[in-house]
Design a protein around this ligand. Structure first.
Ligand code: C2E
Ligand code: MG
Ligand code: MG
Length: 680
């Protein structure tokens, strides 16, 4: 390093000599040379305190002096100097003996000039020493800087360590903890510095040398928690280690929760479809067979609409719990397949008799009055059973087949191959039925209603047919349920009312009855269709809507509201198939009815079973009390007609009078009735 002249000039110089003349001489020389800060003293005892007060850049020191010689001054300077401090002493001495020189060097002198001195030599040595001194000063400054940097770095690292959420620790080569961060103290409840690393873990824990692992950590109070950690050497090839670890209690809980959720239905807390697949297939594989029972509660889906999803969920859970109790003795595994389908799987059992017995336990236990949201609800329970391996060994197949058996049967039904053919036909019909209306395949036939006493036609009932290009005329008994299930019934029903209106335009004041499915009652389509037919000119008093008794009684409160709105338009309302639907009298009187139709099952037995006559009499009495008309259905014989007439029934319909006929035929009959011609 080159020292600038100005720096050199301002160097602090001390001259120490007991001889004042020497001091003065040197002072003069130095000032002459350009040095600006020169102090001269003759009492060597002042040197140390002056140097402490403000350090000199160079001290020109005589050796032989009274009170304190140069060697002693050097020793004292040495004592007070800071470590690494450079004691800038240039010895000026007349002694040239080696001993003196060595002693001076030993005490820290840096250089010598022999008196009497040569000016150029003294100046050159002073300059050299000042340069070295400057180097030392610079080095010391850099050291201080470096130390500050290191301290700052260390502080930052510590802050980072302490603010990390993970345990961070270091160990020495012997495996003892040397550094332990704040998270570590929080997680382990104590500072573990100084402890062997293994005390942090459950006994028997094997830690990897490097890499990561999931282990069980242990606190000094013996409580344990799961920890995920990674270990690495602190430096390459060294035996010290740094460990970063994380308390994964929460994550494990979450993982456990997720694992549980992945295999369970949260509503019923039963194994879900995925778990069931494994359970069933494993069970079938292990035991060589088994049976799958599917319980379906018809009407369960309506609960959601009526009470909301939360109530429906609660109900399903209640069903699941009940199922649990019912199947406790049967060694069955339970699950929730989804979509309201609950499932029981029994290993080993493959015989139909046991399947039927267990199915019945399930059915009879679930087919009961449930209390949902404080209201009593009766849901029709159906149980379908499929046996493995005869009906399949895959869970999906077994469940599908058991569900199919449940959906077609009443009570308990075991799957058989014919069911699948039935279902396939149902599906084919369903596909074709969707196109029936737009392909103009729906027809209406009209069955005359007659005055029993005279045989005079006083009305007709419209009965729907589906003219399928290949199947021919399809009975409504076959396709109306499909139309109801698929929702097609709304458009079919509206079409029927419109068509009946158009056909009836040519029939004077003849009354026309149209059948209405209960599924249509709460839809605006029905109301719209009735209003449209009235708007088109039909007298509402000529139109009558027939609703089956059992359908109305299923949801009587809603039916009352819908029927009242229809009745307000002036149309007549008939209860169809009366006597089969367990009407309560209380409800019947609240329905805004005009007509009761005595079901054909009673008419058929008239003259054979006395009970039927009694029922017919009872219905007639009831109708009279409620001021309703009665129409007897399915009159096939003169005996039926006679008994009915005697009982006081005025109106009826049946093959005895006419089968359902095309509209043109009704038109023709009306014409002949007017002209007096005999019916064809
Ligand atoms: P329903 O309303 O009780 O109609 C009476 C059924 O008895 C009709 O069967 C009719 O053809 C039949 N029938 C009439 N006289 C006799 C007889 O003397 N002996 C016997 N054994 N049967 C007789 P159909 O036409 O097959 O209709 C069956 C059911 O389909 C109807 O029963 C009705 O509930 C439903 N249905 C028919 N058309 C429609 C419709 O347009 N809409 C709705 N929603 N349902 C309809
Ligand atoms: Mg009818
Ligand atoms: Mg009927």
């Amino acid at each position: 390093m080159i020292i600038l002249d100005s720096t050199l000039k301002s160097a602090r110089i001390l001259v120490v000599d007991d001889n004042l003349a020497n001091v003065a001489l040197l002072e003069a020389l130095l000032e002459d040379e350009g040095f600006e800060d020169v102090t001269g003293i003759t009492d060597s005892r002042e040197v140390v305190s002056l140097h402490i007060a403000q350090p000199f850049d160079i001290i020109l020191l005589d050796i032989r002096m009274p009170h304190m010689d140069g060697h002693e001054v050097l020793r004292r300077l040495n004592e007070v100097r800071a470590v690494d401090d450079y004691v800038p002493v240039l010895v000026l001495t007349a002694q040239t003996d080696t001993e003196t020189r060595l002693a001076a060097l030993e005490n820290g002198a840096r250089d010598f000039v022999t008196k009497p001195f040569i000016r150029a030599e003294v100046m050159s040595r002073i300059r050299n020493m000042l340069e070295v001194r400057a180097l030392y000063t610079e080095r010391a400054r850099q050291n201080t800087l470096l130390e500050a940097m290191v301290a700052e770095r260390t502080g930052r690292l510590k802050a980072i360590m302490d603010n990390a959420p993970d345990v961070i620790l270091a160990t020495d080569a012997a495996g003892c903890i040397t550094d332990f961060n704040r998270a570590g103290m929080q997680i382990f409840h104590r500072n573990m510095t100084g402890q062997p690393l293994r005390t942090l873990f459950a006994s028997g824990t094997v830690l990897p040398d490097t890499g990561s692992a999931k282990v069980t950590a242990r606190r000094p109070d013996d409580s344990q928690f799961p920890m995920e950690l990674s270990l690495a050497p602190l430096r390459d090839g060294g035996a010290e280690r740094v460990l970063i670890g994380r308390d994964i209690t929460m994550r494990k809980l979450l993982e456990d929760e997720l694992t549980w959720l992945a295999s369970h239905d949260p509503v019923t807390e039963l194994p879900n479809r995925f778990a069931l697949r494994r359970m069933v297939e494993q069970g079938v594989a292990d035991s060589g067979g088994g049976m799958v029972l599917v319980a379906i509660l018809r009407g369960y889906h309506r609960l959601g609409d009526l009470f909301g999803a939360a109530v429906a969920d609660k109900f399903l859970r209640q069903v699941g719990d009940t199922m649990h109790q019912l199947m406790a003795a049967e060694n069955a595994e339970l699950g929730s397949w989804g979509d309201g389908m609950l499932l029981a799987f029994v290993r080993d059992v493959q015989d139909a008799a046991t399947a039927d017995r267990i199915g019945r336990v399930l059915h009879d236990g679930l087919n009961r009055l449930w209390v949902v949201d404080g209201r009593e609800v009766a849901l029709d329970c159906r149980v379908g059973v499929a046996l493995a391996p005869v009906h399949g060994s895959l869970a999906d197949t077994l469940v599908r087949r058991a569900a199919l058996a449940a959906s077609v049967g009443e009570g308990v039904r075991l799957f058989d191959d014919a069911l699948e053919a039935e279902a396939a036909e149902w599906n084919r019909l369903e596909d074709a039925l969707r196109l029936a209306l737009e392909r103009d395949e729906l027809r209406l036939l009209y069955q005359p209603k007659v005055e029993l006493a005279t045989g005079r036609m006083c009305g007709v009932e419209a009965l729907m047919r589906w003219e399928h290009p290949e199947l021919g005329m399809v009975s409504p008994v076959k396709f109306i349920p499909i139309a109801e299930e698929t929702g097609l019934i709304d458009s079919f029903g509206a079409w029927a009312i419109g068509q009946a209106g158009r056909d009836a335009a040519a029939w004077g004041d003849l009354k026309v009855a149209v059948n209405v499915s209960v599924r249509q009652l709460d839809k605006p389509t029905l109301m719209d269709a009735v209003q449209a037919v009235i708007a088109a000119g039909m007298d509402p008093a000529r139109l009558e809507l027939e609703v089956t008794e059992s359908a109305v009684m299923n949801n009587v409160e809603d039916a009352i509201v819908a029927l009242q709105a229809l009745r307000a338009l002036g149309v007549g309302l008939a209860i169809d198939d009366f006597g089969t639907g367990y009407s309560s009298l209380a409800y019947l009187s609240r329905l805004p009815l005009t007509t009761l139709k005595i079901d054909q099952s009673f008419v058929r037995d008239l003259g054979e079973r006395p009970e039927s006559t009694a029922i017919v009499n009872m219905v007639l009495g009831l109708a009279q009390a409620l001021d309703l008309q009665t129409v007897a259905e399915g009159i096939e014989t003169a005996i039926h007609a006679e008994i009915l007439t005697r009982a006081g029934c005025v109106l009826g319909q049946g093959w005895l009078y006419a089968k359902p006929l095309p509209a043109a035929e009704i038109t023709a009959r009306l014409r002949t009735a007017v002209t007096g011609a005999a019916p064809s």
